[in-house]
Design a protein around this ligand. Structure first.
Ligand SMILES: Nc1ncnc2c1ncn2[C@@H]1O[C@H](COP(=O)(O)OP(=O)(O)OP(=O)(O)O)[C@@H](O)[C@H]1O
Ligand SMILES: [Mg+2]
Length: 365
């Protein structure tokens, strides 16, 4: 609350406010608070498959890593998988019985958000203000659905796109291009001193999951005599992902008839990681050449890779060398790809003047 207003209303300013920055990602979500909480959770929710699973898990619902660890015993849902929230139970009402049908996606979003907010360590009676970063592809309707999901759990909430929050957290307010390589989407966002509009953003569907599908397929073709799960191939990617400017050979051992057999997976991994590059480069180009010509040079000096996929080795150099046709470029990678979105969200939450929070973020039930 602003000093002027509290004096006028006779109320003391509320300094017991919990600020929460949340990054809701397709594959993982992160939370940071002004009280020092910093945590991530896999964006997955599971229900025990049957009575035995229930007896063993002793829970109606399991979330995050606990769900992954027990993947054989649960029906899993990744509710943000397509960058779209489906929190609309009334649309799925069963017409015949008049009973609401089981809308698992809606429930899953709700469980995930509840779980994340619980991680914040909120104290009873404490006012909570949260900025939530969501996949850029989320529509207005989806954003509203998200607001509905947190209503009653926090007092104030704002939704913003992930790459914008990454930029905000790093004080890159002007002449910067953020490229956020997530699991479900690859989002590009150019900053020019105001809130970015539609024309400043691009969302591509070839991101981490796309690399995973491709690499899994290529690995299965190569390693025919050993079963390879999608989880195994993702693990290999996360350990060794690289693009062409890195000169190296990647070997992995697979179990063949009970014995380890070594395979060279270099080409499979390179080809998969590079599969997201053409669209990335052409969208980055488009955002550069349609920028005010006077500031294009500055924009090219401020290109930042974020998101889990920014850890692909050699990527910054590859992007740089593909964009130099317009003049020199500088491409860097964020220091903290896991938390950069949530940290930006927290910073925005704390920077927002009280009056703006009340105008745009107040939730009423
Ligand atoms: N070391 C690594 N090298 C390459 N890719 C990685 C690495 N570590 C994680 N990833 C990939 O990054 C992606 C997850 O990134 P991130 O957490 O930014 O996504 P998200 O926020 O959940 O997704 P989205 O932004 O699409 O909603 C996954 O595809 C994961 O496999
Ligand atoms: Mg993300």
């Amino acid at each position: 609350m602003e000093a002027g207003e509290s004096a006028a209303s006779g109320q003391a300013p509320n300094d017991n406010i919990l600020y929460i920055g949340i990054d809701l990602g397709t594959s993982q979500s992160s939370i940071v608070t002004n009280t020092g909480v910093k945590s991530t959770v896999a964006s997955v929710v599971g229900w025990p498959k049957d009575l035995i699973s229930y007896k063993f898990l002793k829970k109606q619902v399991v979330i995050g890593e606990e769900c992954l660890e027990n993947r054989m015993a649960v029906d899993m849902i990744w509710p943000l998988e397509n960058g779209v929230f489906r929190h609309r139970p009334e649309q799925n009402d069963d017409q015949d019985t008049g009973e609401p049908s089981l809308n698992r996606e809606a429930e899953a979003v709700e469980h995930l958000i509840n779980y994340i907010i619980e991680l914040s360590g909120r104290q009873p009676g404490q006012e909570v203000r949260t900025v939530i970063g969501c996949p850029a592809r989320a529509s207005e309707e989806d954003r509203q659905a998200l607001i509905d999901a947190v209503t009653g759990k926090v007092d104030y909430a704002l939704i913003a796109s992930e790459p914008f929050l990454v930029a905000y957290g790093l004080d890159l307010f002007n002449n910067a291009l953020i490229i956020d390589i997530g699991a479900g989407t690859l989002d590009l966002c150019r900053m020019h001193g105001t809130i970015p509009s539609e024309e400043d953003q691009r969302t591509l569907l070839k991101a981490g999951n796309y690399i995973d599908t491709r690499f899994h397929m290529l690995l299965q073709e190569k390693v025919k005599d050993s079963p390879i799960t999608p989880e195994m191939s993702r693990e290999i990617k996360e350990q060794s992902a690289f693009v062409s400017s890195q000169k190296e050979v990647i070997y992995f051992d697979f179990q063949v008839e009970g014995k380890p057999k070594t395979y060279d997976v270099t080409e499979e991994l390179r080809e998969s990681c590079e599969s997201v590059l053409p669209e990335l480069i052409s969208s980055a180009r488009e955002l550069i050449i349609t920028f005010d010509p006077e500031y294009q040079h500055d924009l090219r000096q401020n290109i930042l890779l974020a998101g889990g996929g920014s850890q692909i080795r050699g990527l910054a150099e590859e992007v740089r060398s593909n964009l130099t046709e317009f003049g020199p470029c500088r491409v860097n990678t964020v220091e903290d790809p896991v938390y950069s979105g949530a940290l930006g969200a927290l910073k925005l939450a704390q920077d927002m003047p009280d009056i703006e929070w009340r105008q745009v973020g107040k939730l009423t039930r």
